[in-house]
Ligand binder design. Structure first.
Ligand code: ARG
Length: 455
């Protein structure tokens, strides 16, 4: 491709370190689409003939068919997918193929292909998110009224509903999905026509190629167009945040499936056995989702470091942008699919959850609130009285709701039997009707709204 100036060829080691074909072959569809848009524009602008354009398009169709049939011969001396496609095109259609690269460079070409690929990945992930969110909402609906312990510091805090707990993940993952959609806007700008770095003297039409490739606009600055990779960094950052969210849900699945919790039964589909301990059922899928964030964040971190301190415009360092993105997308898509499967197979042990919800004096706050509401105590005083009542129940080894009235009245004589109405876990969650609170009616309303927005 640059033989004119060179006498000897590159050494084998040079070829090995230089080649990206081992991974960038995944860009073939985007590369061919970009070349079609570019050549159609060249013809429209009168830079190449219509006949050349037709030959190029026909040849590109054949190259694509050959790649898809597994017939493309990949050679490290052809470095990357762009040169493979072009070299094969020239074999097929001769001179017309040699005119394709007019007014273009691999620098704008690779940036274009990569943006198209990331955009396609975003669109596929968006569909996968919708599937996972739908599965979460279905489970939340089923368990809108089921009570479980809510934790802070992993200590029993107050009863919550399982539906509310699941809908917290709906909120987190919906934000991730929205972040992805927002990131797409900055991905979807067209670098093609920036050429090597400075633009071109040919009368190209960058609006035409933008429209043909579904980009929102041509990028405004040719130097930026070929050297910007923040679209990939942003994309990886969004995936990293979302992988963190998935790891939290995965961790709760691991915890809940443990013998100590027994909140969850793992399905056969998403667990494995042990080769030595017949009784074991391991939450491997959840553990691996929890772990994948390491690789995804590693990809993000790796590319950040590659880009740091690079002068404008293109540097070969930037060839190292694709592998981390491909790897992160593969990992993340698998995590979404596995989490969706686990949610569809979700089998909570609601009676164990309810039992645990009542332990640890989880309705103590309800007692304090009752003292405020009914007796008019200032909250801090109510907190103190409740502490003394809890201490008495603890000494007797019983729950608050089992503590006799006279024992409560020994702490605060104005307490009446009405107090027992607020001391059950069901009463506790039913009373949490403040906006965003855990009450079953709130969960049902949130589920309804979620289903509406997922339509
Ligand atoms: N394989 C290269 C990459 O992935 C394509 C661009 C090469 N440009 C150049 N001037 N050598 O970045």
């Amino acid at each position: 491709m640059w033989g004119g100036r060179f006498g000897g060829g590159p050494s084998a080691i040079m070829q090995e370190i230089n080649a990206s074909i081992g991974f960038d072959r995944r860009l073939y569809r985007e590369d061919i689409a970009g070349s079609k848009a570019h050549s159609a524009m060249l013809a429209k602008a009168g830079i190449i003939t219509e006949a050349d354009k037709d030959a190029i398009h026909k040849g590109l169709d054949q190259v694509q068919a050959e790649i898809e049939a597994g017939e493309m011969e990949y050679k490290p001396e052809l470095e990357d997918i762009h040169m493979h496609v072009e070299a094969r095109l020239r074999e097929l259609v001769g001179d017309a193929g040699a005119r394709l690269h007019t007014g273009r460079s691999r620098n704008d070409q690779v940036a274009t292909d990569f943006r198209l690929w990331v955009r396609g990945a975003i669109d596929q992930l968006d569909v996968a998110y919708a599937g996972l969110l739908g599965a979460i909402v279905d489970e939340a609906e089923k368990h809108a009224g089921d009570v479980m312990p809510g934790f802070t510091h992993l200590q029993t805090a107050q009863p919550v509903t399982l539906g509310h707990h699941l809908m917290a993940y709906y909120e987190m993952l919906s934000r991730d999905r929205a972040r992805l959609a927002d990131c797409r806007k900055r991905v979807n700008e067209n670098p093609l026509g920036a050429a090597a770095l400075a633009g071109t003297s040919f009368p190209i039409d960058r609006h035409m190629t933008s429209e043909a490739l579904g980009f929102d606009r041509p990028m405004a600055n040719s130097l930026d167009a070929v050297s910007a990779r923040d679209f990939a960094l942003e994309f990886l950052s969004v995936l990293t945040i979302s992988a963190v969210h998935l790891s939290r849900l995965a961790d709760e699945i691991v915890l809940w499936a443990s013998a100590a919790f027994r909140f969850l039964e793992l399905s056969d589909g998403f667990s494995t056995g042990s080769s030595i301990m017949p009784q074991k059922r391991n939450p491997d899928a959840a553990e691996l989702i929890r772990a994948k964030v390491g690789r995804i964040m590693g990809a993000q971190n790796g590319l950040m470091v590659v880009m740091k301190g690079l002068p404008l415009a293109y540097s070969k360092d930037m060839q190292e942008d694709k592998e981390p993105v491909f790897q992160a997308v593969d990992d993340f898509a698998l995590c979404l699919a596995a989490m969706t499967g686990m949610m569809q197979d979700f089998r909570p042990n609601t009676s164990a959850m309810k039992k645990a919800a009542g332990q640890g004096f989880s309705t103590a706050t309800d007692l304090a609130d009752w003292l405020v509401r009914v007796l008019g105590l200032p909250f801090r005083d109510a907190h103190h009285v409740t502490g003394a009542v809890v201490k008495e129940a603890e000494t007797r080894g019983i729950d608050l709701s089992a503590l006799p009235l006279d024992a409560m009245q020994a702490v605060e004589p104005r307490i009446t039997a009405d107090v027992y109405d607020v001391l059950t876990v069901d009463a506790s969650v039913m009373s949490r009707t403040s906006f965003g609170g855990t009450a079953p009616e709130n969960v049902r309303a949130a589920v309804k709204a979620a289903k509406e927005s997922l339509k």
